[in-house]
Design a protein around this ligand. Structure first.
Ligand SMILES: Nc1nc2c(ncn2[C@@H]2O[C@H](COP(=O)(O)OP(=O)(O)OP(=O)(O)O)[C@@H](O)[C@H]2O)c(=O)[nH]1
Ligand SMILES: [Mg+2]
Length: 328
């Protein structure tokens, strides 16, 4: 299951209590304080873990409590500091304070981490010539975690336009493809290897339809996963007719804009798919002549071109890969 939002409660460990102990001096007339300090309570750290792909684990566990510090002992023995508790999240997790909605941290890079609540300091022991004190309480917080995947390229298009077929051709991802709409139910990440040194993360999301922003279809909920991409590959099914394809192109952009204007301001590589089918050829010239005059406002048609491909046979895909690798 792909889960991209979660609410959790975190509580750092309390500090250990200071110790109230004394020993008598040699004459037994004076009491010498010997109580040691308590140890620090454990912090809670949220850290990116490459092996984690979703926030699913938080469906099952929502409360996290770090261990308390150890109490001080006699003979000035300090209590042990508690170790931190690590919570693993996928790269791209945004951490907000649940009450204020303020972003506390955006964990993007592998191994990024943040101490989200600090453990309490240990109490003072009587060795400081004052009565021993209790340890401080550890901080606590309600958090809202939201995952926005980190990808360089986002593939968008109507259901059935061939997005999953394309990602499985150009990357290591192998999602299900089928001849009915809404085959893809969750975002898929794949890596496209341009060469030995350059690897590009590509994201395929469930198909979008008109009215998606009002909750039609599945796609709208997943649009946040392409907010961070640099470039969109906008796939249009050419087999359905040039006019129809153009209508879909416009309405998909409208849905992107409804979600967040930054999406339509990203450069778009417009790709005409299913060019292996005979009827697609005429449709293609119809589509390109329409789009030539009337590109969606604010969008930038990358390189001023529409790239004809067949994700199924691979025709035109090398050129598309070359363009993607060049601009990212
Ligand atoms: N002839 C032809 N068929 C294609 C091509 N690309 C995809 N298809 C077919 O179109 C259908 C839909 O392909 P998918 O890759 O599942 O489409 P999608 O855009 O991921 O669909 P959703 O996940 O439902 O949004 C499948 O039957 C594919 O085999 C192509 O270039 N040529
Ligand atoms: Mg799909």
């Amino acid at each position: 299951m792909f889960i991209d939002r979660a609410k959790i409660f975190v509580k750092a460990g309390n500090g250990g209590a200071g110790c109230n102990s004394f020993r008598y001096g040699r004459t037994r007339r004076i009491k010498i304080p010997t109580g040691g300090d308590g140890g620090r309570g454990g912090d809670i750290i949220i850290r990116v873990n490459k092996a984690v792909g979703t926030l699913l684990d938080f469906q099952y566990r929502r409360h996290f409590k770090a261990r308390p510090g150890g109490p001080g002992g006699s003979n000035d023995k300090k209590g042990s500091d508690a170790s931190s508790q690590i919570i693993s999240v996928p790269a791209g997790t945004i951490i907000r304070d649940l009450k204020t909605s303020l972003v506390l941290r955006d964990l993007v890079e592998p191994e990024d981490e943040v101490v989200i609540v600090k453990g309490g300091k240990g109490g003072k022991g009587s060795v400081h010539r004052n009565p021993a004190t209790q340890g401080e309480s550890g901080e606590n917080r309600d958090l809202f975690l939201e995952l926005k995947l980190i990808a360089d390229i986002g593939i968008v298009g109507f259901p059935n336009s061939g997005k999953s077929t394309l990602i499985s051709r150009i990357s290591n991802a192998k999602p299900k493809t089928a001849s009915y709409p809404f085959t893809t139910l969750k975002p898929i990440l794949g890596i496209l290897n341009c060469n030995d040194f350059k690897h590009i993360a590509v994201c395929d999301i469930p198909g979008l339809i008109e009215g998606a922003h009002q909750g039609r279809g599945l796609g709208h909920d997943f649009l946040r996963h392409i907010e961070r991409t640099r470039v969109l590959v906008h796939l249009v099914d050419m087999s359905i007719g040039g006019g129809e394809a153009f209508k879909n192109y416009l309405s998909l952009n409208k849905e992107l804009e409804f979600h967040n204007r930054i999406l339509v301001e990203k450069p778009q590589i417009i790709v005409a798919n299913k060019m292996d089918l005979e009827r697609s050829k005429d449709n293609f010239s119809d589509f390109t002549s329409r789009i030539g005059k009337d590109v969606y406002p604010h969008t930038e048609k990358f390189g001023g071109e529409v790239y004809p491909i067949s994700a199924l046979t691979g025709q035109g895909v090398d050129k598309l890969i070359e363009v993607i690798c060049r601009i990212t």
